[in-house]
Design a protein around this ligand. Structure first.
Ligand code: PEP
Ligand code: MG
Length: 904
């Protein structure tokens, strides 16, 4: 690590830059950059993320000592720019500070912040005198004690108790008959400050620190500590943020949006974060601090006139009422609005991306407190990239790299069925805080959301407002409905980041711990409601959903992905309909058709069972003959849907017991249906029982012990292909042998396939091209891939089994311990979701290298679940695979990930 721990900024100068996010955190790097491009930013300094890591290793005392001189110099520099004195006794205006976290990527509301630091009995008097606003001074002081008491000294409500500071406020409000905090007089606030100090003394067992330096070190360390709170850890896990990154600490001069009617504070976006529309927007509050906007306690007003008008329309507010009570910043403070508008444009132009900004107006002067690339919905992500590309602001490469592949999911997610929604009863309308449709049972706590979801229920989390403590419940819920809050409040920001539907501030609703009341009607836990996060509507009951149609920008992004990829994407599909869907999403062929899935449908299972019950080859052949036309029809449909593209069809893979019933009643039914004694069925089921079915009689072991199965399947495939070719289609079957561990296993299957194909060709008097290949899903197959490739014309890595067998984790039982392993950090992520590149990855690499050494034109692909997971797709690209294959709805994600891998 470098010896420089502190980077100062202010007055148009900065030691940092925007490209130093890893060291200074996103916020710190952008504060520096804003100074450099002439945007007004209060002076301050950033303590680097490396110091956070150092702090976690060496401990508080050692690290405070190491950074002391630099922090002192940072304060001196800030004092100079701001013309104020930290710990002033009256000789100058007191320097008051905000101390905030700032990681490489934003973690909204996850870590600690302390505002108004430096306040004490001396400072408050000077601020009161010099600002001529005693009420403001004491209000800042009491806010500081509250925040510092909570964040640094751990004074908050005990389990089940209200916040003790809030209780003081509530008692005084009630005694004086006030409606809101705004009614407190300066004298009230002086009394509150003293009471707050007493609360701290009683709860923390020591006096509230009056020395500003003691306050500062306390706050800096509290920010570092907040990197490791349970909620931050949970967020990091979910968002895959490494622990080693650490957070920076930004110490910056305070500016005040609560100095009176010429002060304000707000949050704004240079484009619409929900839809992507190129429309400046945001929310503000007059005479308020930033946390008032973010916490959603007071419902903020719109910044632009057009935004305000749209808001009024949604709410049914008349134009006269809107202007009188809810004016936009554009109308209320036109001069400032013009300045802010110019700054937001400058920032967007500079960063060439949508900016999410925080600002404060102190007594008529505009200050920018933060800018960052704004979080956005999947739809907005696609639209903004295409718009900016077409505006000439970014190039194709940037447009592709700016996509988060997993976010495309949101575009592919269900919307409400039109007919169902037309009949549904609208209960209320709120802010469309995060788009999408959701339906589920009402729960009122995050815990309940988690518990209900764990048992498979779909839930809607209904809260007065959400806070970071609700995070796990928000992840678990289908959607979120809140009574309060605006578009930039916690619920909205976090839900959008998660891509989860959210409706906030719905009209006429009230939420308690046990009930949701909407216009007089009461809803209890477990009642169904439905939310439309795109329009803000709340519906009674369960409303059916359907898959959305995709717009032109989506197609343009997919087209860019296509042009910038080396690998192509296939799909895992077992039916013509799935194949068709995937083809519409851009799949170029099928990477895995699991033929066993075809045997479960309707009547077919009986023919399969007949084959299983057969006592000898003769009997099996008779049963298989009945399955042949059905299989042929299946393959015909699938090959036709993927006309012109390769279709990899895998021979029967699962152990046969999967096709037989276990319970007595079903066994009896099977016996009756197949005309045998029930004992015969029972004996068969028993004889098929295996201790380790995943390692048992399955895959090519079936085909090698019962060659007639392979023969039937090969015949069905080749006959279907011949039929299609005769009709003028271009079928490209690729017959895949599963679960081989030795080349001999493959060789024997290959012989059956080729002999059968030759027979069919002779019978039909025609030929079709086809390939024979294998899955590489047993470690031994990867280790001997050069031998295997002597026979196989293609490899498809079955990374589900390969992971299972390399780790020795049963795919079906790993759920019992994997979550604990991830929680304890034994594994960083579930290896069945994201390919384990260091371990399993080596086998894939070895399989490719050895395979190609024996057969240079060997076709290589992957068909395990990893084929649709972006980090695994990246690995496949690096390893030189020709394609990845994944489920139809992940095809667009894989296509984008493939392009990104190629462009990085
Ligand atoms: C695999 O093992 O990765 C695979 C695709 O096959 P299945 O999941 O059907 O075992
Ligand atoms: Mg497998």
């Amino acid at each position: 690590m470098s010896n420089k721990r502190v980077y100062t900024f202010g007055d148009g100068k900065a030691e940092g830059r925007a490209d130093m996010k890893n060291l200074l955190g996103g916020k710190g790097a952008n504060l520096a950059e804003m100074n450099l491009i002439g945007v007004p930013v209060p002076a301050g300094f950033t303590i680097t993320t490396e110091v956070c890591t150092e702090y976690n290793q060496k401990g508080r005392e050692a690290v405070v000592e190491l950074m002391k001189a630099e922090v002192e110099a940072g304060i001196a520099a800030t004092e100079k720019v701001m013309n104020a004195k930290f710990g002033s006794k009256g000789e100058a205006f007191p320097l008051l500070l905000s101390v905030r976290s700032g990681a490489r990527v934003s973690m909204p509301g996850m870590m600690n912040t302390v505002l108004n630091l430096g306040m004490n009995d001396d400072a408050v008097k000077i601020v009161a005198e010099k600002s001529g606003n005693e009420k403001f001074a004491y209000d800042s002081y009491r806010r500081f004690i509250h925040m510092y008491g909570d964040v640094v000294m751990g004074v908050d409500g005990e389990e089940g108790e209200h916040d003790p500071f809030e209780m003081v406020l509530d008692r005084i409000k009630e005694a004086k008959g006030y409606d809101s905090d705004a009614d407190f007089t300066a004298e009230d606030l002086k009394g509150i400050v003293e009471e707050y100090k007493a609360v701290v003394k009683e709860r923390a067992g020591k006096d509230f620190p009056t020395d500003p330096w003691e306050q500062l070190w306390g706050a800096i360390c509290a920010v570092f500590d907040s990197w490791n709170t349970p909620r931050a850890i949970l967020y990091r896990q979910k968002e895959q943020i490494p622990e080693e990154w650490g957070t920076a600490v930004n110490v910056q001069a305070m500016v005040y949006g609560n100095m009176g009617e010429t002060s304000a504070t707000g949050v704004c976006f240079s484009r619409d974060a929900a839809t992507g529309e190129d429309q400046f927007n945001g929310e503000y509050l007059v005479n308020a601090q930033g946390e008032d906007v973010v916490a959603g306690v007071r419902t903020p007003l719109e910044i632009t006139k057009i935004g305000s008008q749209r808001w009024a329309e949604r709410n049914g507010t008349s134009e006269a009422d809107r202007l009188a009570k809810f004016p936009s910043l554009e109308e209320a403070m036109p001069q400032l609005y013009a300045e802010l508008n110019a700054v937001q444009q400058k920032l967007e132009d500079h960063y060439s991306d949508m900016q999410d900004m925080e600002f404060t107006v102190q007594d008529g002067k505009l200050w920018m407190l933060q800018t960052r690339n704004g979080k956005r919905t999947g739809a907005a992500m696609v639209k903004m990239a295409i718009d900016m590309l077409e505006e000439g602001r970014i190039d194709e490469k940037t447009a592709v790299l700016r996509q988060e592949p997993n976010k495309l999911d949101e575009l592919l997610h269900p919307v409400f069925d039109k007919e169902a929604i037309a009949k549904a009863n609208v209960l209320s309308k709120g802010l469309p805080a995060s788009p999408g449709a959701a339906t589920g049972k009402i729960v009122f706590t995050a815990d309940a959301a988690e518990q209900w979801a764990a048992r498979g229920e779909k839930v809607i989390l209904v809260r007065r407002e959400t806070s970071p403590e609700d995070l796990a419940g928000m992840y678990a819920a289908e959607g979120i409905l809140t009574e309060r809050g605006g578009m930039t409040s916690h619920a909205a920001v976090v839900a959008r980041g998660m891509g989860k539907c959210c409706v906030s501030s719905a009209a006429g609703i009230s939420v308690s711990h046990t009930a949701l009341k909407i216009k007089g009607v009461e809803f209890k836990e477990g009642d169904f409601i439905s939310l439309n996060g795109t329009t803000g509507e709340v519906y009674e009951g369960e409303v059916a959903t359907i898959t959305p149609s995709l717009d032109g920008d989506f197609a343009k992004i997919m087209d860019l992905a296509e042009r910038h990829s080396r690998m192509y994407v296939r799909t895992n599909a077992d039916t013509p309909a799935d194949a068709q869907t995937a083809r519409e999403f851009g799949a170029k062929g099928i990477g895995l058709c699991r033929t066993e899935h075809m045997f479960f449908e309707g009547d077919r299972i009986w023919k399969m069972r007949e084959m299983i019950l057969a006592e000898n080859e003769e009997g099996r052949k008779a049963a298989l003959a009945k399955l042949l036309p059905i299989q042929r029809e299946d393959f015909y449909g699938i090959l036709k849907a993927m006309d012109g593209f390769g279709v990899t069809i895998r021979l029967l893979d699962p152990p046969l017991h999967e096709f037989t019933p276990n319970d007595a009643a079903s066994q009896k039914e099977m016996a009756e249906k197949l005309g045998v004694a029930v004992e015969v069925v029972k004996d068969k089921v028993e004889s098929l029982h295996e201790f380790n079915p995943m390692l048992g009689h399955r895959g090519c072991r079936l085909g090698n012990t019962y060659p007639e199965i392979t023969e039937m399947q090969a015949r069905a495939i080749i006959e279907a292909a011949c039929e299609l070719k005769k009709e003028g289609f271009d079928p490209k079957p690729e017959i895949m042998v599963p679960l081989i561990g030795t080349v001999k296993e493959l060789k024997m299957q290959e012989e059956i396939i080729r002999t059968t194909a030759a027979k069919v060709f002779e019978e039909k008097g025609m030929e079709v091209d086809y390939l024979v290949g294998t899955m590489i899903e047993i470690p031994r197959a990867a280790l001997t891939a050069d031998e295997v490739a002597e026979v196989a014309e293609f490899f498809s890595f079955g990374t589900n089994d390969l992971t299972q067998m390399t780790f020795g984790y049963s795919r079906d039982d790993a759920g019992k311990f994997l979550p604990v392993y991830i929680e304890k950090g034994i594994l960083k992520q579930d290896p069945f979701q994201a390919l384990d590149q260091t371990g399993v990855g080596q086998l894939v690499e070895m399989g490719c290298d050895k395979g190609r050494s024996a057969r240079p034109d060997l076709k290589l692909g992957i068909c395990g679940e990893h084929g649709g997971e972006p980090s695994s797709v990246e690995f496949c690209h690096r390893t030189g695979l020709d394609y990845v294959s994944c489920s139809p709805f992940r095809v667009p994600i894989a296509r984008l990930a493939a392009a990104q891998a190629n462009l990085r």
